[in-house]
Structures are given as C-alpha cells and as structure tokens.
Design a protein around this ligand. Structure first.
Ligand code: UN1
Length: 477
C-alpha cells in the first residue's frame, strides 16, 4: 500500500484506492491510501506550523532542494515515464516527455527562488522610503487532474515551495501513482522540514473539500473540470482565500486556404489526438476554409487510418486508450450527440478491441458540423475533433472566438497578415501559429481567458503572482 505523507510521516489512510492500467484493466498498478477529512486537517495543521520554518531558510536552501528534486526526476525519466503511461494511458514517449517536463520545471524554479526580488520606490514625503517585497502566501492547497499526473503537480508544487510556501497536495484519485512517486522524491531528495510538503490522496468530497474550506489554507490552485473549478472558486472567494483555476477548453484551430497542408495536418493530428485528446489545450474545433476543406479532410482521414491505437506501453503505439470507463462513456455519448445533430462521422469513433482489455477508442473526426451544436460548445476531453467549414478569414476568426472558453487557439497559414491579425484578435489566453494548440513551454506563462481560467497565470516567472503576496513598507529613516 502506498501511503500518504503528512507532517513528515508516511501514514495509512482510512481506505484503499486501486489504480488500474487503462491499457490492460487486469493490471493493477498499485493500492494507494485514501485519507479522510480528519487526516487532511492534520496535513493542513502541519503545513501551517511548518511554513514559518521554511520561509526562514535561505533562498539558496530552497533553490538547492528544488534542484535536487529536478535532478532525480530527470535521471529517472524512463522508469517514471513508464509508470505514468501505465496508469494514465498516454504513450510511452509522452509519458517520458512529461517526466522530463516536470524535472525541468523544478530546475527552473530552483533559479526562481533566487530571483525573487522586490522594488524600491521614492517616497513622496521627505526622508520616507517605500519598499515593495513579495512574501510567501503561507499554506497553499494544490488540487490536480488525472491527465497530466506529474507535470501539473510539478508546475504548481515547484513554485509554491520555491517561493517559500508550505503545501498540501491532493492528486487525482484516478492516477495517484505518478503523484506518489513525485511526492516520495520531494520528501526524500528535497529533504524539507517536516510538514512543509504533504501528500493527501483521497476523494474530493473529503480531502479536496477540507483543503478548500480550511481557514489555514491561504491559496488554492486547481486544474480540472469547469464545474468543480467554479465551486472551488466560490468557496475560496467567500472565505477570502486566493484562488487560481484552470478549467475546460474548446480550442479552435483555424486552417486557411493558404496553409501548408502537410503542416496543417500534422498540427491538427497532434493537437486533437495526442494524449488521446485528453488535454484542456486540445484542438477540438478545426475551422477550415472552403478552398482547402476537401483536401484537408481527405489527408486527415488518410493519416488517421494509419494511426496506431493500442497499449500505451508498446513502442509502436501512437495513441493510447482513454483513461477510464467514465471517460469512454462520456466520449461515446458526445459522439452519439454529434451524430444525432446530423454531423458526418468521417472517421473512427469506434470502441476497439486489443490483446488486453482496455478503454480503446479510434480517433473520431466529424465533418459537416456547425459551431452552435453541442459537440462544438462543450468540452469532450477525448479523441474527438470536428471540422467546421467557413468561407473566409473573418468568418474563421468570428467562429474561433464564438465560445465560452478561451484557453488556447491556433492558426495554420502562410500569410503574415492573417497570422498577425489572429494573434491580436483571438480571445484565447494562448495563440499558436502553425503549431498545435496543445504542448507549451515550461518557462512561459500558461493560462486562458473567459470560462477557461480564473486568477493569476501559471508557470514561468509569472507564477510568482499567485504564490506570493506583495507587501509595501514605508520607512522614515
Ligand atoms: C499542454 O498542452 O502542454 O490540463 C499542457 C491540461 C492543461 C495542460 C496542458 N492544464 O490539459
């Protein structure tokens, strides 16, 4: 049994959680402890005490700890990448890539710990000096989703710790294995004072709820579904805690007549179907200009028919299964709704059998879809993409922006004029030109607009906005 880490001790839960491989449901990845509300309160109390010890250490102490954690992640990339693919279902290459990303995130924030500077302003009164500094928030609650089991925890935990906060971390119930492995590295290689970092695995109704409602938790960072995110937001706002939410997306990828078709097809394939489309940054609406439409659809079908869907751990697999039975059911329900709305299923959308029992679905491509249809309004979170045909650039832009979400957007074009205008006019937080809407750098700000995100940006130096609080002091010398 893999235990929780609370107040510097590995402790049993009140129940157990079985982690199942979605590529082979006979394969049990491990049994993981489940905590309840009482154990979560223990973790919050421990973090509350420990924050004072942690913030008094030097920035170099914190930098060294982040560096050691990052080094171990990078050295163990193959082993941890395999664990990630086994429990989540993304391909081995994606799993290893995600572990590398997590390692690099810790390395980046090792440097950031030393770079956290302040500002000195001239006072308006004679002899008065004004100083602006950033201090840790205190205890930060971190709640993460199942689709990036190690990178998202890393890009929240690393800045939280680097900037001097104590952490209570609740990973997704579906995939606790990578989160546990990361936590074990943080606990051992990080060698942090007891209570600075706490892992509390368990259900949202017990663990998540306690974190979000605890008056000792000053800030909550959440990535996950829109419904849960909004509930957490209201709860935090009500008690005056800081909150950062990364929720759904319905990301458009515009393909103009002047696009390089090979670029457009590989950008669409990767954006829509890598990680089985289970990314909030996935390209789910392919907005294609009429002149290139038929050639693009034909080329997509040709590429999709060659895409190898299979066991995530097999080296020739290009798309793994979806992560769970619930996710498969949800994907199928959306495929049915699109069909009922009159969309044409140009490829895939079928449950597949492989050597081992798993949640295999062939990548689905719909044509003849309209932007107002349910399939184009709601996030599917699976390997399902739609094509929306448009007449010109203006219509493409208007369609791209006509969504309640605003995480990322993309355009494939060889025209500088349209590329520049799209970068300016897109209502998304991140815009990609001739690149997939998904797959971002770890040192650049990440986040969206409208219904996708709430609060300060994540990642890069921008992360300090959420994980620190500004203090202004006036001194008459
Ligand atoms: C990426 O596309 O590289 O949950 C990152 C998600 C996002 C992360 C996407 N928060 O899919």
């Amino acid at each position: 049994m893999f235990k929780n880490y609370i107040a510097g001790e590995w402790i049993d839960g009140v129940a157990a959680n079985c982690n199942v491989n979605p590529s082979d449901t006979n394969d049990i990845v491990g049994e993981y402890a489940r905590a309840d509300a009482r154990q979560t309160t223990m973790a919050v109390d421990a973090a509350f005490e420990a924050q004072w010890v942690w913030r008094k250490l030097t920035a170099e102490d914190r930098a060294d700890a982040m560096d050691r954690i990052g080094s171990e992640l990078l050295v163990r990339r193959e082993e941890l990448g395999r664990l990630l693919s086994r429990e989540e279902g993304k391909t081995l290459a994606e799993g290893i890539g995600e572990v590398v990303r997590a390692g690099r995130v810790f390395k980046f924030f090792a440097g950031e710990a030393l770079r956290l500077g302040g500002e000195k302003l001239p006072g308006i009164r004679q002899g008065v000096e004004v100083d602006v500094v950033r201090e840790p928030e205190g205890v930060v609650g971190i709640i993460t989703p199942w689709n990036f089991p190690i990178a998202i925890p890393a890009w929240k935990i690393a800045p939280a710790l680097a900037y001097g906060n104590a952490v209570v971390f609740k990973p997704a119930d579906l995939v606790p294995g990578s989160a546990w492995a990361l936590s074990e590295i943080i606990a051992r290689a990080g060698n942090l004072p007891a209570g600075v970092f706490n892992l509390v695995m368990g259900p949202g109704s017990q663990v998540g709820d306690t974190i979000v409602k605890s008056p000792k938790v000053r800030a909550v960072s959440f990535t996950g579904s829109t419904g849960t995110g909004r509930r957490i937001g209201i709860e935090c706002m009500t008690r005056g805690a800081k909150v950062q939410l990364e929720m759904g997306g319905k990301n458009p990828l515009v393909i103009l007549d002047d696009a390089d078709i090979d670029v457009a097809v590989s950008v669409a394939l990767s954006g829509s179907f890598f990680s089985s489309g289970q990314r909030c940054t996935a390209s789910s609406r392919l907005i294609v200009q009429a002149g290139i439409h038929d050639d693009f659809v034909a080329a997509m079908i040709e590429r999709l028919s060659r895409l190898k869907v299979g066991n995530a751990l097999h080296s020739d697999t290009e798309m793994g299964p979806v992560a769970s039975r619930d996710q498969l059911d949800q994907d199928i329900a959306y495929i049915e709704s699109a069909r009922a709305d009159g969309c044409v299923l140009a490829f895939g959308g079928e449950v597949l059998q492989r050597e081992t029992p798993g949640y295999y679905l062939s990548p689905a491509l719909f044509t003849e879809t309209r932007n107002h249809m349910k399939i184009n309004r709601e996030e599917v979170f699976g390997p399902v993409a739609t094509v929306i045909k448009v007449g010109d650039y203006e219509q493409a832009l208007a369609t791209a922006n006509d969504t309640e979400f605003g995480l990322s957007s993309g355009i494939c074009t060889t025209s500088l004029k349209y590329a520049s205008d799209f970068r300016r006019s897109s209502s998304a937080g991140m815009v990609m030109v001739n690149l997939p809407t998904a797959g971002v750098d770890y040192h650049a700000p990440f986040g969206g607009r409208k219904g996708s995100s709430y609060g300060a940006r994540e990642q890069g130096a921008y992360a300090r906005e959420f994980y620190t609080s500004v203090k202004t002091s006036y001194t008459l010398a």
